[in-house]
Design a protein around this ligand. Structure first.
Ligand code: HEC
Ligand code: HEC
Length: 251
């Protein structure tokens, strides 16, 4: 375990012990979303709040290419706000991050600020991708099943909280997709859950591989060597991008 992450965990345990956790309550989550979406964001406070997030998501918001930590850079503020609310009321199981989303740490204003701050980040030019062996199948199934909601390039729809998928790490996409399909994300989109039930593991892996290769428009991607100027001396960890990714077994 990296020293700074170890520190974060220690801190997390302390915080979990001192603040009572909220109940599993979608109504509270919905209210927080409503509140945060209508607040005027303050970028300076967003930067301050992001200091906590940077420990795991990295100062650039790119997460890790192995998908353990998702890229959050460039994501629509409306989507980030909804996910923070869902994580906080445990509609999404995220024990690692949960303590950092507690109301005493993140007010609705903080949520609005940090989400707007992250939305402006340029995105990872080298996100984690799949093995690249089944892309034709992936494209066909993506166009048939996913494009109507997530857009033909995975660009999402901010007004409807439809996440941008383009540029996301392959393994993260795969994990979240399975969790949505299997009901582990309890406030996910009902239509999506219905639509994706019949897909085999091979099909799912192919779609995610294709999706991980849907690159964001050039102006949204970071230039080579980019570091977040707000965190110039942060200790950065990057995993190798050419790590082979095993195939998911066929069902
Ligand atoms: C201790 C580590 C840690 C910290 C600190 C942390 N996160 Fe996370 N975050 C994670 C992990 C791990 C996941 C992915 C969990 C999963 O696979 O479901 C995640 C997921 C997310 C997601 C969901 C992304 C998506 O595409 O749905 C958002 C948004 C997010 N984090 C934002 C933040 C913000 C904003 C902060 C700071 C206030 C923060 N995180 C702090 C570990 C952390
Ligand atoms: C009916 C609309 C709809 C369809 C069809 C749909 N999705 Fe989604 N998807 C959503 C919404 C809305 C969310 C956000 C759910 C939430 O808030 O937790 C989502 C979330 C996701 C996520 C999680 C993103 C993240 O950052 O956490 C992935 C991955 C995903 N969809 C992939 C797909 C793929 C691949 C397909 C096609 C096989 C698909 N979706 C079809 C609406 C849809």
């Amino acid at each position: 375990m990296k020293p700074c992450i170890a520190l974060t965990f220690t801190l997390a345990l302390g915080l979990t012990a001192s603040f009572p956790l909220l109940a599993d309550d979608p109504e509270t989550a919905a209210k927080e979303v409503e509140q945060a979406i209508h607040l005027q964001p303050n970028m300076e406070n967003g930067r301050k709040v992001y200091l906590i997030c940077s420990v795991c998501h990295q100062p650039e918001g790119w997460g890790t290419v192995d998908g353990a930590y998702p890229q959050i850079a460039g994501q629509y503020a409306s989507v980030t706000i909804k996910q923070l609310a869902d994580i906080r009321v445990r509609n999404r199981d995220n024990p690692t991050m949960l303590p950092f989303t507690m109301p005493k740490i993140l007010t609705p204003q903080d949520i609005a600020d940090v989400s707007a701050y992250i939305e402006r980040f340029p995105m990872d030019p080298h996100n984690g991708m799949g093995p690249g062996t089944d892309l034709e199948l992936g494209k066909r199934l993506y166009d048939e099943n996913c494009a109507e909601c997530h857009g033909d390039r995975g660009q999402g729809v901010p007004e409807k909280h439809m996440p941008m998928l383009q540029g996301q790490h392959y393994r993260y996409l795969l994990r979240q997709f399975e969790w949505i399909r299997d009901g582990k994300r309890r406030n996910a989109d009902r239509e999506m859950v219905k639509q994706i039930q019949g897909l085999s593991n091979r099909e799912v892996a192919a779609i995610m591989d294709y999706t991980s290769r849907l690159t964001p428009p050039l102006e949204m991607v970071a230039i080579p060597g980019y570091v977040n100027p707000d965190f110039p001396s942060f200790w950065r960890t990057r995993l190798p991008t050419d790590k082979p990714v095993e195939r998911v077994a066929e069902r």
